[in-house]
Design a protein around this ligand. Structure first.
Ligand SMILES: C[S@@+](CC[C@H](N)C(=O)[O-])C[C@H]1O[C@@H](n2cnc3c(N)ncnc32)[C@H](O)[C@@H]1O
Length: 435
């Protein structure tokens, strides 16, 4: 089975292309985008939590770790050229020579995680051929057809993609017996087609590092949090950007983090505790946190009156089409189109809550023009006191034209995609101020 060249069904591809005013210009561009989404970034980025650790010590610990697991193949580990809290690990792609007779089938999400450096955990395993014992060498395939039933025991004949090799840790009897819900590592990955080194945050004490995609890190640097500011993270869970904001504020000032799902609030609290990030955390729906007559202070919780915050991050719920790599994405058109009204409601609340001369960062991890450039164009029209501004770091390419944004506005926004310098996921960042 050839490696896929788009994760999407044709109706979704057409929907993404039809979003553009001048479609014909975009067909080949978007096809490149789709192909790029199936591939794996050639670097791993991790953020050092400067509240608990420092980059120099972390680099030394990482080098020692790689030395201990594969002394003859240590990756290049270095500081990011501009971002002082980011470490980059270069992948070493190589052609895999051996394909083993025994095979393991994993689901598409597990396959993507393996290519980004994860081992295979029990819930991700769909099939393992009969007779596999602990210590056996196996080849790993992704179930592209999505037809492999849990516990499958033969050679899988449906559409599948080879992604690497590994060693069995949990045999079939531990993986698939009734009443068992195994959770640990099932297959220790030894090599992958992406050349990514297997790495987890657990190799260092909790809260020291976070494996985080570069645009997510750049997005918080765009907000440029400073000590003693009053900052709102409107859609915060699991808190990866909240803890970064807290670190840049040096835990001084007031940081409010909101999410609307109870379970996610637990994750957010746990993450902030692990990362020693001080934040006032509230369960609330950020589409209605602005209330003109409220007398609440940031610490009281929402609703808030106009102009409460110096800076606001709106890392919006989105169709998340920027994930990389993706093998197969079954998003429907209805779901794809459902995010825009929600993003507009959240955005309107953000604008009201922002102080004059404050900074608002809008970000998504999707490639859809409707959720990115079109939201910016809508916002600039609806709120005439908003303007786009330059960000401290600009690593993305400009926006896609074919919307109503001017050349200058397209230059100011940052799109991370197949033609940006940063080899990471698909992402979008726009930074505004209120006059
Ligand atoms: C893209 S994720 C945020 C990721 C987070 N900023 C991070 O970096 O860890 C979007 C979050 O928005 C939350 N969300 C969705 N609708 C919301 C709403 N109306 N009000 C507040 N949070 C909402 C979701 O529960 C989800 O956790």
């Amino acid at each position: 089975m050839p490696y896929p060249d788009s994760p999407f069904r044709q109706d979704i591809e057409l929907c993404l292309i039809n979003n553009m005013r001048d479609k014909s210009n975009y067909i080949s561009k978007m096809n490149n985008y789709f192909r790029w989404l199936c591939t794996t970034p050639q670097i791993t980025s991790l953020r050092v939590n400067t509240l608990q650790s420092n980059p120099e010590d972390t680099i030394n610990l990482l080098k020692k770790y790689f030395q201990s697991i594969k002394p003859n193949m240590i990756p290049n580990v270095s500081m990011h050229e501009k971002l002082e809290d980011v470490i980059i690990i270069q992948h070493v792609p190589s052609k895999l020579e051996s394909i083993h007779l025994k095979e393991v089938i994993v689901d598409v999400a597990c396959g993507a995680a393996v290519l980004r450096g994860a081992h295979i955990f029990a819930p991700g395993v769909l099939g393992m051929v009969n007779g596999c014992q602990t210590g056996d060498n196996v080849s790993i395939y992704v179930d592209l057809a999505k037809k492999c039933n849990k516990g499958f025991s033969k050679i899988y004949k449906e559409a599948k993609v080879f992604i690497g090799n590994g060693v069995v840790v949990m045999p079939r009897s531990s993986l698939f017996s009734p009443n068992l819900k195994p959770n640990g590592i099932a297959v220790q990955v030894s090599e992958t087609i992406s050349g990514c080194f297997q790495i987890s945050e657990n190799i260092l004490p909790p809260g020291y590092i976070l494996l985080q995609n570069l645009p997510s890190i750049i997005c918080v640097h765009a907000l440029d949090p400073k000590p003693n500011e009053i900052i709102l993270d409107m859609c915060a869970s699991p808190g990866h950007k909240t803890s970064h904001i807290a670190a840049l504020m040096k835990n001084q000032g007031t940081l409010v983090a909101i999410d609307k799902i109870t379970k996610k609030i637990e994750l957010l609290k746990e993450h902030c505790a692990n990362f020693n990030a001080k934040a006032h955390i509230f369960l609330s729906d950020s589409t209605s946190i602005f209330q003109p007559f409220s007398t609440n202070t940031p610490e009281n919780g929402p609703p808030y009156p106009a102009g409460t915050f110096d800076k606001i991050l709106l890392d919006a719920p989105c169709s998340a089409l920027g994930r990389r790599p993706q093998f197969r994405n079954d998003i429907t058109k209805a779901v794809l189109l459902s995010y825009v009204p929600l993003q507009k409601k959240l955005f309107s609340n953000a604008v009201h809550l922002l102080k004059k001369d404050g900074i608002l960062v809008y970000s998504t991890c999707t490639i859809s023009v409707g959720e990115n450039e079109n939201i910016v164009a809508w916002a600039l029209k609806k709120f005439p006191d908003l303007t786009l501004i330059e960000t401290k770091f600009h690593f993305g390419s400009g926006g896609l034209d074919g919307t109503s944004l001017s050349k200058e506005e397209l230059r100011l926004v940052q799109r991370f995609g197949e033609c940006s310098k940063t080899d990471s996921i698909g992402f979008f960042i726009a930074c505004f101020t209120r006059k």
